[in-house]
Ligand binder design. Structure first.
Ligand code: ACO
Length: 323
């Protein structure tokens, strides 16, 4: 008998305000056509004034709890993947815990930028496999609109706000690739690439800063590293790309998504794509795509899913799971 961390529920929240590409044409030297053709993005959601990451995370959490038929009393832990927490401390996760009126268990944040949800899933998996928790709420939530330089057309048109949540619970498996739950994972980072994607401010410099990105360089690393981490994660459980039902990639750019699918030998009809509607929501993009993919009827019980992401650090990784 093997313990696996299996998906018990999924949910998401997107703020009401939808911003189409055409809105940027009013203030920047850009066009809807350029944004669509270079990134695949058509629109994104932006949080309302005063709306915080933990507010959105809590709404996504409630949707996941409803989907699982659980209450906060059923949870042992909360992990929030975010780079845009409400405050320097306490963590966004403890803020969600308070908003859910949950006074037991433990909660903490994970910061690995766009790869944050992959890192959070691995943390939750480790807590479950080690017996420290039976049910973990894993959330990705971001307000990247707050760290955009609105005069920089090469970055500010690419990002959006939102939150997605997954509940993982301990189940018994056979120890094979047929089990439900997380089957394998692969995590990587290389800080020598920190200068190609970063925020030029932070607490110890007493600034907030804006996102800065050498898009072409990040793009170059993305396809190669995402295909390689996905292949490594699948190999750990003796699987190959052709056995996958769905790729649920980090939603940064449709051309990265297409390039990675091609390298894995998978056609685009096996890829859950939401980038056109959400833009890049960093750590929220994968749980948002999982939730939307389930809502659309794409992801079904028993499906083999590979999910992968790369972001600032650089940090990247992949998780193989059976839904
Ligand atoms: N509108 C019009 N023109 C623009 C815009 C815009 N919004 N932005 C840039 N351009 C111009 C550039 O100035 C450049 O002009 P020039 O040739 O006169 O200098 C031209 O378009 C081409 O720019 P490139 O950067 O070469 O365009 P590219 O095809 O590489 O696409 C993009 C840019 C979309 C940013 C792409 O490189 C990309 O997606 N990179 C990866 C981003 C990513 O994956 N991030 C994931 C991690 S995010 C995280 O961790 C937070």
């Amino acid at each position: 008998m093997t313990i696996r961390a299996a998906v018990a529920g999924v949910g998401h929240y997107l703020p009401d305000r939808v911003v189409p590409n055409s809105e940027f044409e009013k203030s920047l030297d850009t066009t809807d056509e350029w944004i669509r053709s270079r990134s695949g993005i058509e629109r994104r959601h932006f949080a309302a004034e005063g709306q915080t990451t933990s507010d959105m995370a809590t709404r996504a959490a409630r949707a996941a709890l409803d989907d699982a038929g659980m209450t906060p009393g059923d949870l042992d832990a909360i992990i929030v993947a975010t780079s845009t927490a409400d405050l320097t401390f306490p963590s966004a996760a403890t803020m969600v815990q308070a908003q859910l009126d949950m006074n037991h268990g433990f909660a903490f944040d994970v910061q690995a930028v766009c790869a944050g949800f992959i890192y959070a899933l691995c943390n939750a998996n480790a807590l479950i496999l080690s017996g420290q928790a039976k049910r973990v709420l894993v959330i990705g939530a971001e307000t990247f609109s707050r760290i955009m330089d609105w005069t920089d057309r090469s970055t500010c048109v690419l990002f959006g706000d939102g939150a997605g949540a997954l509940i993982l619970e301990a189940v018994e498996g056979e120890g094979t690739a047929e089990d439900r739950g997380i089957l394998a994972a692969d995590l990587n980072s290389d800080g020598s690439f920190r200068d190609i994607l970063y925020v030029d401010g932070g607490v110890s410099t007493q600034t907030t800063g804006y996102l800065r990105m050498e898009g072409k360089e990040v793009f170059r690393h993305a396809v190669e590293k995402l295909a390689s981490t996905a292949t490594t994660a699948l190999g750990k459980i003796g699987l190959t790309g052709d056995q996958v039902d769905w790729i649920v990639p980090h939603q940064a750019n449709i051309r990265i998504i297409q390039g990675t699918a091609k390298k894995l030998g998978l056609s685009m009809d096996k890829v859950v794509v939401t980038v056109q509607d959400h833009g890049n929501t960093s750590a929220a993009s994968i749980p948002l795509a999982l939730s939307v993919g389930k809502q659309r009827g794409q992801i079904k019980p028993g499906d083999l899913i590979i999910t992968e992401a790369i972001g600032g650090g650089l940090a990247w990784g992949a998780v193989v799971l059976r839904w």
